[in-house]
Write a protein of this length. Structure first.
Length: 375
């Protein structure tokens, strides 16, 4: 069955050190049933980890589903053989007409374990990488759900001798009916961050806030997060690109445009969800998907350049579209410019209706920094 799945693979390989890989698995035959698509996807995944990348362990997986309410239980029933990592599942329909896609992040030479509250720890060389995925609750409003999610995460980090301000590198918020519920997410996040000394005078956290749905209709907000224990504060840097982007607090939200972390042997870059915006916080090219895509690329390129990286260092792209009718145009543009970067196109409206498209990415670049331990 694996012949019905394509795999795009990014490799950052280090002799004698930790190698890391991004893989994007996408179904090529949309006529298959959901069960057949899952079977094909997992056959390809098993081949990837068993044959193509022997010795690599999966650190994080995110499944993108077309209909979470009807598909999640069936997918979870297959996870006995495919778990053993941080697992995220979100309804963000793949725009190629298929029912499921999968982003996988893998590494070699690391020690892994599941922490008491279900978070997943990946350890090497004194660093503890803590992946938290699929967090949710069923409080009555998106504001209350977000507040509970963040407060619970703060307590879980504290149990690992970490804090939100000093150790959390990246968050993702998936919001059901984002046009209605995102305001509650913003309010709760702003207020919790203030209690954690995350302010415009200190720093925030790289993040994506995007439409996404859980299988249960009462779940309005899901959260994934990534933190690293064992870092010195000097290893963490924030990206601003002031010629192209404004500080997010200027329009009432609290996240960083991007963050990079330096280790002794590499620089890892985390670019937040980025759209067609200028340095006054204004939407650029309203209603024009082509021009919004070009401006978005320019914004991300400027953020990467601030971290001394280019698109050649990008390990994966997640591309979010509000209107499925824009898919053909956007797909042609991306496949022409970035044919080899692992990517997936998803239906997921952005937090401001005027933004027709948004994307995020991770990048990695080899460096030599004698002041820090290798990854």
């Amino acid at each position: 069955m694996q012949e019905h799945t394509s795999i795009q693979l990014f490799k950052f390989e280090v002799a004698g050190g930790v190698s890391e890989y991004h893989a994007m698995l996408r179904i090529t035959n949309p006529r298959l049933t959901f069960a057949e698509q899952v079977e094909s996807l997992h056959a390809a995944y098993d081949h990837l980890v068993g044959e193509q990348l022997p010795g690599a362990v999966t650190v994080f997986k995110r499944y993108f589903l077309s209909d979470a309410a009807n598909q999640t239980d069936a997918l979870m029933a297959t996870q006995v053989e495919h778990t053993g990592c941080a697992l995220s599942i979100v309804e963000q329909p793949p725009l190629d007409g298929t029912k499921i896609a999968l982003w996988v992040y893998l590494q070699t030479g690391v020690v892994t374990r599941t922490l008491p509250h279900g978070d997943y720890e990946v350890s090497h060389n004194g660093y503890r990488h803590i992946w938290s995925a699929g967090n949710f609750n069923k409080a009555s409003k998106s504001e209350y759900q977000t507040r509970l999610l963040l407060n619970d995460y703060v307590m879980r980090l504290a149990e690992q001798e970490c804090s939100l301000a000093d150790h959390c590198i990246r968050t993702w918020f998936f919001v059901q009916n984002v046009d209605v519920n995102y305001a509650g997410v913003v309010k709760a996040r702003n207020e919790v961050f203030l209690t954690q000394n995350l302010t415009e005078k200190t720093h925030f956290i790289a993040s994506t806030g995007i439409a996404g749905r859980h299988a249960h209709p009462d779940v309005l907000v899901q959260m994934d997060a990534y933190a690293v224990g064992g870092l010195q504060q000097e290893q963490i840097h924030y990206l601003y690109a002031p010629t192209h982007l404004n500080p997010t607090y200027e329009y009432g939200v609290s996240f960083e445009r991007g963050t990079y972390v330096d280790y002794g042997d590499r620089r890892q870059v985390f670019i937040s969800g980025t759209a067609s915006i200028n340095n006054r916080g204004e939407i650029m090219y309203p209603g024009d998907i082509r021009q919004q895509t070009l401006r978005m690329w320019e914004n991300v390129e400027t953020l990467l350049a601030e971290a001394e990286c280019t698109y050649e260092h990008v390990g994966h792209l997640l591309i979010y579209l509000r209107d499925i009718a824009d898919y053909a145009v956007v797909c042609d543009m991306f496949e022409e410019r970035f044919p080899h970067i692992p990517k997936v196109y998803l239906q997921a409206p952005v937090c401001r209706p005027g933004w027709l498209i948004e994307m995020e990415c991770m990048a990695v670049k080899a460096i030599h920094n004698e002041f820090y331990k290798p990854y």
